[in-house]
Design a protein. Structure first.
Length: 355
C-alpha cells in the first residue's frame, strides 16, 4: 500500500455491526483499509481516519438506504460528498472475489470514476417521517389481510351450523359477529375451539383496524403539510402522494430532470433497437410501488377526467391498445408529479421553450 498526501476517495462496505472503509488515491491505487463499529463514535473515527490519508474528495457508500443510512447522514453533516454505490455485480465478484476490503475499494473506485454518481436520499425531513409511518401502516394492513383470510378459512372447515349462521355476512359484519361469539371453556370440543379462534382473530382485526385508521389520519396530515400541491392533483390522494413523496425523498432536487424521475418510477420506455429495427420496450425496473401509484392515478383520471378520456379515445383511433395508452398516461403523470416536487422557474421554462 502507498501513502498519498494528495486527493483521496473513500469507499465503505456497510454491515449491521461494522463498516469497512477503504481509501484510494486520485489514480485508483489502494492506500489503506480499516474496520469501524456502527456507532456515533465509530462514524467519527471513520471520517477522521479517511482524512488522515489526504484531501478527501468524496466517499462512496453501499446501502445508503439500509445499513449505511446513519453513516451517510453523519458524513453529509460534516460536509463530505456522499455517493450512493451499488454492490458489485456477480461477474465482478466471480473474477475478483468477495471480501470487505475488496468491496470497500470497489465502492471507492466507483465513486472516483463516476460509474456511481447518484446522490442518496438525505432521510432527515418530513418525507422520512412519512416513510417510517407508512412502513408501520403497511405491516398492519398485511397482518389484517392475513387475519381475515384465516378467519374465513376457519369458517370453511368449521361446524356446519356456525358456517350457515355467518357465511352470508359481509366482512365488517362478519368480524363484528365473530368478536361477540361465546365459545365456552371446554376447548377439547372442536366447535368451541373454532369459536375461540374466530373470536381471537376478529379481536385482532378490530385492533388492526383502529391502528390503520389512526395511521391514516396521521399520514393525511403529514402528506398535506409536506406537499399540498401534490395532493391537489387530480387522482392523487394521501396514500398515492405518500408513496410518490417517499420515492422522491427529502431531497428530490437530486433528480436531475423529470426524465430521471420517470426512470426512477419505471415509466420511461427503454431503447431496444438493433440494426434497422428502431423500437423501445417496457421498463420493468424502477420503484414498482411508485409505478403502481401512477397507475392508480391514471385509472382514476380515465374514469373521472374528461380530458384524459378524450386523450384515450384519440389514441385508440390511432391504433394504440389500452395498455399502451396507460403507459403513455403514466409518463405524463410522472412529469406532472415531478413539477410539483420540484417547483420550476417560469423564466427558465420560457427560455427553454424558445430555444
Amino acid at each position: 500500500m502507498t501513502n498519498s498526501p494528495g486527493p483521496v476517495t473513500g469507499g465503505v462496505d456497510t454491515h449491521g455491526e461494522t463498516h469497512h472503509a477503504g481509501v484510494i488515491d486520485q489514480v485508483g491505487r489502494e492506500v489503506a483499509d480499516a474496520e469501524f463499529p456502527t456507532t456515533p463514535a465509530g462514524y467519527r473515527a471513520l471520517l477522521a481516519w479517511l482524512r488522515t490519508h489526504g484531501q478527501l474528495e468524496g466517499v462512496g457508500v453501499e446501502g445508503t438506504g439500509a445499513y449505511g443510512a446513519a453513516l451517510g447522514r453523519y458524513l453529509r453533516s460534516q460536509g463530505v460528498v456522499v455517493v450512493e454505490v451499488d454492490r458489485p455485480d456477480r461477474k465482478t465478484r466471480r473474477t475478483k472475489g468477495k471480501s470487505d476490503p475488496i468491496d470497500a475499494y470497489a465502492a471507492a473506485r466507483a465513486a472516483l470514476s463516476g460509474q456511481a454518481s447518484g446522490t442518496p436520499k438525505t432521510r432527515d425531513g418530513k418525507v422520512e417521517a412519512i416513510r417510517v409511518l407508512r412502513n408501520a401502516r403497511g405491516s398492519a394492513v398485511k397482518a389484517r389481510t392475513q387475519a381475515i383470510n384465516q378467519l374465513k378459512g376457519l369458517l370453511v372447515t368449521g361446524p356446519a351450523e356456525l358456517r350457515e349462521q355467518l357465511r352470508r355476512l359481509e366482512s365488517a359484519a362478519l368480524v363484528e359477529a365473530c368478536a361477540q361469539l361465546s365459545p365456552g371453556t371446554d376447548l377439547t370440543d372442536p366447535a368451541a375451539a373454532v369459536q375461540t379462534a374466530l373470536r381471537r382473530l376478529a379481536t385482532r382485526i378490530q385492533t388492526l383496524n383502529a391502528e390503520i385508521a389512526e395511521a391514516d389520519r396521521e399520514l393525511a396530515q403529514l402528506v398535506s403539510a409536506a406537499a399540498p400541491r401534490l395532493v391537489a392533483l387530480m387522482g392523487v390522494g394521501p396514500e398515492v402522494a405518500g408513496q410518490l413523496l417517499v420515492t422522491g425523498g427529502d431531497n428530490p432536487d437530486r433528480l436531475r430532470s423529470e426524465a430521471a424521475f420517470a426512470h426512477l418510477c419505471g415509466v420511461a420506455p427503454i431503447p431496444a433497437s438493433s440494426g434497422r429495427t428502431d423500437r423501445h420496450r417496457l421498463n420493468r425496473g424502477g420503484d414498482r410501488a411508485a409505478n403502481s401509484s401512477l397507475y392508480t392515478v391514471v385509472l382514476c383520471r380515465l374514469r373521472h377526467d374528461p380530458a384524459t378520456r378524450a386523450y384515450a379515445q384519440r389514441r385508440t383511433k390511432q391504433g394504440l391498445s389500452k395498455p399502451e395508452i396507460i403507459r403513455c398516461l403514466k409518463r405524463y403523470v410522472a412529469r406532472e408529479v415531478y413539477r410539483t416536487l420540484i417547483p420550476t422557474d417560469p423564466v427558465k421554462d420560457n427560455l427553454a421553450r424558445a430555444a
